[in-house]
Design a protein around this ligand. Structure first.
Ligand SMILES: CC(C)(COP(=O)(O)OP(=O)(O)OC[C@H]1O[C@@H](n2cnc3c(N)ncnc32)[C@H](O)[C@@H]1OP(=O)(O)O)[C@@H](O)C(=O)NCCC(=O)NCCS
Length: 180
């Protein structure tokens, strides 16, 4: 894959790299999936704490994710979040390359256990790149609040679908896991 640049974005990275990641999220989630912009960005932590990976293709931002570390390297895990590829580059292999770059950075930080809470409609992507799908019981062990909310959402979404009212937020999350 030619003309690809990889950047590791942290608090003191140049502002354009943070804008590049926000652009990827805007294109993929907000415009592409119809996620309300205030929901997509409204829960972000302080910009100084960011650990994100972005890929540029011919100087244009195309794919990115961010990483949150929980616990220490030995017994903790890295959670990969907000994984996105811009619409015009989806299904070209760039997301797989981007996650491989995130995994490389995670390993350099001494972590070997990666968790991702995937949108149900994107699980196939993670399975294609070596992540195993875990049960809702395992999901609840790591993320009890989210798993409890999921139980309620499953019922609501079934109703939304039955009434023809399914919208951009009519999805649930599934835990996927990989040991590096
Ligand atoms: C999901 C997403 C990040 C994948 O990125 P991408 O750059 O399109 O993925 P790639 O082209 O690298 O795909 C790698 C593999 O996963 C498969 N794949 C990609 N998206 C898939 C999906 N939604 N369902 C099933 N398989 C998928 C590809 O076919 C490919 O497999 P192959 O190598 O056997 O052909 C991207 O489609 C996206 O941004 N979607 C909208 C936002 C989103 O859903 N983000 C994830 C939230 S958890």
């Amino acid at each position: 894959m030619s003309n690809i640049e990889v950047y590791r974005v942290t608090g003191d990275s140049p502002r354009w790299q943070k804008i590049a990641y926000d652009y990827i999220r805007l294109d993929s989630f907000v415009v592409g999936q119809g996620i309300p912009v205030e929901l997509e960005f409204g829960h972000d932590g302080p910009e100084d704490d960011i650990h994100a990976v972005i890929l540029l293709k011919e100087h244009k931002p195309v794919s990115g994710c961010r990483i949150a570390y929980h616990g220490g390297p030995k017994n903790g895990y890295a959670k990969i979040e907000r994984v996105a590829t811009v619409r015009e580059q989806q299904r070209t292999g760039i997301g797989a390359r981007m996650i491989a770059e995130a995994e490389k950075w995670i390993k350099e930080n001494g972590y070997h256990h990666v968790l991702i809470t995937s949108q149900d409609r994107s699980v196939g992507f993670y399975n294609a790149i070596g992540y195993e799908t875990r049960s809702d019981e395992v999901y609840a062990q790591y993320f009890p609040e989210e798993a409890a909310q999921k139980k309620e959402r499953v019922v609501e979404i079934a109703k939304e679908r039955a009434e023809g009212k399914a919208g951009p937020l009519s999805f649930t999350c599934v835990l996927v896991e990989k040991y590096l």
